[in-house]
Design a protein around this ligand. Structure first.
Ligand SMILES: Cc1cc2nc3c(=O)[nH]c(=O)nc-3n(C[C@H](O)[C@H](O)[C@H](O)COP(=O)(O)OP(=O)(O)OC[C@H]3O[C@@H](n4cnc5c(N)ncnc54)[C@H](O)[C@@H]3O)c2cc1C
Length: 565
């Protein structure tokens, strides 16, 4: 049986940061369902935050101000000490990345360039033009290869195996051979990314199904604050490719069909650079009021930046707009609309990235530490992946040093792998039933229509009913082909199980949270309610259904105030 000291699941930024920072004397491996360089982190555009103070307008910046902006941006749901820790570590993190070889853009004189981003008091987003995720991911991958990290690519983890409160390993489907296999590990780190594809309109890659979060949930690990789903204000209409916040950071304006910079009505001070929840709702409100174009989009106008700046700072965005919309932002405004973008909630872990299960850790977008609370600031996710990926690697290494292998681990893993094989046999035996892709489309529609940016009790209840019907339909799915190598239908069946659970947990938490906070906007409860709802939602899978509990938020530093921008 394959066995490692530390098994990292996920080859994106959080996973590679974890692998690189695990103790090199240990035996470390990364499993990823796609080649690591195809992980979604590669698509990150605008940048990564740190209070370096390099921008002439940011001489008075400091990590405390970064932390305050993060906490205020989170609508005071972030745990304040954890947010502080991340912002404190941000500055050295950027220099470490630079040292490893990340080619950041530079200001004249050679210091790392920084641009303004939404909800930030100072321009503190470091970037590499509009390809920041790509350059960091390539650098960390090169370093991992140099450090001889073992990679298992195109292997999908389908189960996390836990016995007596301790993690013993995982079960994987090797896409290249069609085989099911157990992997034993003394510590497992999930860095499996977000679940954007649970929604119809999303900026996320096709691979972002959130299966890691669902697998952890079914293994008994609670999920935290899942009702908080970020919708990015500016995705290109109609295919929802992201237009980075950096485009507004560089000076882009949002304009409605009346020719007005409508952000004046919603965030008169910050305008286009208010936090994402506020800008996304403003855009959708304009469209719903009839102030959009074709009832679908408003304009993001970059023309005032001029050709030279667009070509230098936003070359990838220009390419995307020309290739996918036939529009050159140097000459014409861009049609944009909000789309699902990021998951603030995730696998419940503490500041050491460790969970309720011994030896099981999580970091990056799949985890909730919790820093982003009810609304993440742009540029803080890349930071989160690198800072907490590193912590996860270090803490998993400490854990492995002080723990023993579970004696019966191999036997348990073989049994779990057998169960998985039996499931596949069952799906393969049937020659009729339900095609999983049809269920997938229905789920996405339900989530977009009823658990989207604007929510209310009736719609959320209906969504939950529909999700539960889909769970019944799921029992009748089958595999129509016989070859199990690169079997997309099988991958979809495995991942859809998680998507159903995540959808249920999101809708379930959203229905219970009778207030508006950050990205969670209730039409029937339009105000934030700190008295009853300044708390984290925890949902645990017990007796085949979600059970909810609540946990205190750390507000030890800043007293929650009404957010104004
Ligand atoms: C278009 C776009 C642009 C963005 N730009 C920025 C930005 O400029 N700044 C910023 O701060 N944030 C940005 N974000 C957010 C940020 O990019 C992501 O949150 C972050 O990259 C997630 O990294 P991760 O390592 O957690 O996950 P990912 O990069 O998504 O990696 C997940 C990994 O897990 C693997 N995996 C998943 N499930 C399984 C499974 N079951 N078995 C095996 N492997 C599995 C995948 O193969 C992949 O390797 C952007 C997001 C989008 C959508």
């Amino acid at each position: 049986m394959i066995s490692h000291d530390i098994l990292v699941v996920g080859g994106g930024l959080a996973g590679l940061a974890a692998a690189l920072n695990s103790n090199p004397e240990l035996d470390i491996a990364v499993v990823s369902k796609v080649h690591p360089l195809r992980s979604h982190s590669v698509a990150a555009q605008g940048g990564i935050n740190a209070a370096l103070g390099n921008n002439p307008e940011a001489r008075d910046d400091g990590w405390e101000k970064h932390a305050f902006d993060t906490i205020k941006g989170s609508d005071y749901l972030a745990d304040q000490k954890v947010a502080e820790l991340m912002c404190q570590k941000a500055v050295t993190t950027i220099y470490e990345l630079e040292y490893l070889g990340v080619p950041f853009s530079r200001f004249p004189g050679g210091v790392i360039a920084q641009r303004p981003f939404g909800g930030a008091g100072f321009p503190r987003t470091c970037y590499a033009a509009d390809r920041t995720g790509l350059v960091i991911l390539h650098t960390l991958f090169e370093q991992s290869v140099k450090n001889k990290v073992r990679f298992y690519n195109e292997w999908l983890v389908t189960r996390l195996v836990v016995r007596n409160g301790k993690c013993v390993g995982v079960v994987v489907y090797d896409e290249t051979t069609g085989q099911i296999m157990p992997i034993e590990a003394r510590a497992v780190i999930f860095a499996t990314g977000g679940y954007g594809r649970v929604y119809l309109k999303t900026t996320n890659a096709y691979i972002n199904h959130g299966s890691g979060i669902g697998i952890a949930y079914r293994a008994g690990v609670p999920l935290q604050d899942m009702e908080f789903v970020q919708f990015h204000p500016t995705s290109l209409y109609p295919n929802n490719i992201l237009i980075t916040e950096g485009a507004r950071g560089e000076g882009g304006y949002l304009i409605n069909s009346k020719g007005r910079r409508f952000m004046e009505d919603y965030a008169p001070l910050a305008m286009e650079l208010a936090p994402r929840d506020i800008v996304a709702r403003a855009i959708q409100t304009e469209i719903d009021k009839g102030n959009g174009f074709e009832n679908e989009y408003v304009h993001l106008d970059l023309r005032r930046l001029g050709a030279a700046k667009i070509k230098k700072r936003l070359p990838g965005i220009r390419e995307i707009c020309i290739d996918f919309a036939g529009i050159d932002p140097i000459e014409s405004p861009l049609p944009i609309q909000p789309a699902q973008h990021y998951s603030m909630g995730g696998i419940d872990v503490n500041v050491k990235c460790s969970s309720v299960v011994d030896g099981f850790f999580a970091a990056g977008e799949c985890a909730c530490v919790s820093i982003h609370g009810a609304n993440r600031l742009g540029g803080n996710s890349l930071l989160d992946t690198v800072v907490f990926g590193k912590i996860a690697g270090e803490e998993a290494s400490n854990y492995v040093r002080g723990s023993k292998r579970q004696d019966s681990g191999e036997k348990i893993l073989l049994e779990e792998a057998l169960k998985e094989k039996k499931r596949i046999d069952e799906w393969g035996k049937k020659d009729s039933g339900v095609k999983v892709h049809l269920l997938l489309n229905t789920l996405k529609t339900v989530m977009s229509e009823s658990v989207g940016m604007f929510r209310d009790k009736k719609a959320l209840q209906e969504a939950l009913e529909k999700i539960r019907e889909l769970k019944e339909d799921y029992k009748r799915v089958y595999i129509s082909g016989k070859c199990l190598r690169f079997c997309q239908e099988l991958i979809n069946i495995f991942e859809f199980e998680s998507m159903l659970d995540l959808a249920e947990v999101i809708a379930f938490g959203a229905l219970r949270r009778e207030e508006t906070r950050g990205s969670h906007y209730r039409l029937d409860f339009k105000e934030r309610n700190d008295r009853d709802w300044l708390k984290h939602t925890l949902v645990t899978w017990k007796e085949d259904k979600p059970q909810v509990s609540y946990e205190k938020v750390d507000v030890s530093k800043y007293e929650p105030k009404v957010r104004k921008y």
